[in-house]
Design a protein around this ligand. Structure first.
Ligand code: SAH
Length: 515
């Protein structure tokens, strides 16, 4: 009895069966995002875009349940047990499933297991690939003039079934638009069965693979030739197939695959935290972005020494920041030492680049000097104009940075101290499978946003994918690229993320990237 009341006083867990949508992060519902943000445990599938795991709390336990056809990380029974067990521990369990949880995803079985165990649950519907796939291929599943109903069916046959689970006679009679999930690898025999049951050999068919992601591809044909085409082109799962006259509308309504960077796979090499700005911009233009973290920001080797400089920052005439990371590291330390921003005293602040300046402004401090060009040499020129003889300058920057600044400022007569605020180390983890994707699928272009991203990417020792071109944020990064024996194909004229995005867009607009 006693133990029972104890159990009751413990918070009761709950399972959220959440639809992760078809792949595009923008197609995730607000409720799904909320659930992910609050989850204690997340059990996710092969088809749920792993990037949304970035919304989870750091402490959340993340479990991969599979399943790519044929390679189940966990059996269905184990998944059901896992959900129940974690909920019984009092946890908020999010079961994240591709598309909609109740459309061919065995969500119904999971819900049943949860309810049978007496555990509370919630269903968060998602945008199913059955609708989003066609839509992103420019195929409306209904059209007033073409059809008055849509059918979803699965092309997957349970292994235990001896007879076909698909009622071809009924499908043939029904007509309308028919959307098939799973079973791309059996499309040839499925089409043959449909023909046998009297469906026209000219019926338009489309297959959309990796719909709504940067890797979306669409293959069209007729009932008569689609099977051959799939084999010839090696068109693979996951894909949705659409059978019906509406497929022809794609000719005028195809939009997603026509964006400026559609079909281009681009590697973004940055630290986890910084990657998204560039990735977001490239994705918005249609690129398939592989976000490959090569470096991670760590505290400096000698934090104490840095902290001592930060402590006396008010004694300097100028503090110079060369990167947003330097600003963050500086103020993280500063506000551990002081609880009042005024302790910075009369020190003036210089920042290289708009992102660095913005990070300073985030701390509600004024940037006194921000050169038009975003390189160290430009700061030196500005200081030369103003005259810095006998002025005390504190440089807050990364370990192993170039010595242009300390050398040249000293030669102008300034008294320069270097504070090593952080260091960059090679990123060794591959949580999102980015490294594996690069190795398996290659890429069209890689972006480098600093010399250290070049060095750190090469330090990973990954084989260079055939035909992968290089885009660099500016001349200094480009020099590092060339010093390593590589070519620079794109160089940004404005040395920031926007400039780099624009340079890549115009590179491909000119058709330069083709071939
Ligand atoms: N619950 C999911 C479907 C799960 S069954 C949903 O509502 O979308 C798995 C099948 O869904 C795959 O074999 C494929 O046919 C389809 N699928 C899921 N995501 C897809 C995507 N991004 N592109 C194409 N097909 C997808």
């Amino acid at each position: 009895m006693e133990s029972k009341s104890k159990n009751k006083s413990k918070s009761v867990g709950r399972v959220y069966l959440v639809g992760a949508g078809p792949g595009d992060l923008g197609l995730v519902t607000l409720r799904a995002k909320e659930c992910i943000e609050q989850a204690d445990v997340i059990v996710h599938d092969h088809l749920a875009n792993p990037e949304m795991l970035g919304w989870a709390r750091d402490e959340a336990e993340i479990i991969y349940a599979g399943k790519k056809a044929g390679e189940h990380a966990l059996s269905q029974e184990k998944i059901n047990t896992l959900l129940v067990e974690k909920a019984r521990e009092g946890k908020r369990v999010v079961r994240l499933k591709g598309g909609d949880p109740f459309v061919f995803g065995r969500g119904a079985e999971e819900a049943k297991a949860i309810v049978d165990a007496g555990i509370g649950f919630e269903i968060v519907p998602g945008i199913t690939s059955a609708i989003a796939g066609p839509a992103y291929a420019g195929i409306p599943v209904t059209h007033r003039a073409e059809n008055s109903h849509v059918t979803f069916f699965t092309g997957h046959e349970g292994a235990e079934k001896t007879e076909s689970a698909i009622d071809y006679a009924a499908l043939a009679k029904l007509g309308g638009t028919q959307v098939m999930l799973m079973g791309v690898e059996r499309i040839e025999s499925i089409a043959r069965e449909m023909l046998k049951h009297g469906v026209s050999e000219n019926l338009p068919v489309a297959l959309v693979r990796w719909a709504t992601t940067g890797r979306q591809e669409t293959l069209t044909g007729t009932l008569e030739n689609i099977g051959r085409r799939v084999v010839d082109l090696g068109f693979e799962a996951p894909a949705v197939a659409v059978f019906g006259e509406v497929v022809a509308l794609r000719e005028s309504l195809n939009w997603y695959e026509k964006r400026p960077l559609s079909g281009k796979r681009i590697v973004v090499t940055r630290t986890r935290r910084q990657a998204s700005a560039l990735s977001d911009r490239l994705r918005a233009l249609g690129a398939d972005v592989i976000e490959l973290p090569t470096i991670r920001i760590e505290p400096p080797s000698n934090l104490l020494e840095f902290a001592e400089l930060v402590q006396v920052a008010h004694a300097y005439d100028w503090i110079v920041f060369t990167s947003p990371n330097g600003v963050t590291a500086f103020f993280d330390t500063f506000f551990k030492l002081y609880d009042d921003a005024r302790e910075i005293g009369g020190a003036k602040i210089a920042a290289i680049g708009p992102a660095t300046a913005q990070r300073v402004k985030d701390f509600h401090l004024h940037v006194d000097l921000q050169p038009d060009e975003f390189v160290a040499e430009a700061v030196v020129r500005e200081f030369q104009k103003q005259g810095v003889e006998n002025l005390r300058i504190l440089l807050a920057r990364a370990e192993k940075a170039r010595d242009v600044l300390p050398k040249q400022l000293s030669s102008l007569g300034a008294i320069v101290d270097e504070g090593f605020a952080y260091r960059t180390v090679a990123e060794t983890r591959d949580d999102t499978g980015a490294r594996r994707r690069l190795l398996e699928e290659g890429a069209d272009l890689i972006t480098f946003t600093s010399s250290s991203t070049v060095e750190n990417f090469l330090a990973l020792g990954l084989p260079w994918p055939k035909r992968m071109k290089v885009a660099s944020i500016g001349p200094i990064t480009s020099k590092t690229v060339r010093d390593h024996g590589l070519n620079v194909d794109v160089e940004s004229r404005r040395h920031d993320i926007e400039g780099l995005t624009e340079a890549i867009r115009s590179f491909y607009a000119k058709g330069a990237g083709n071939g």
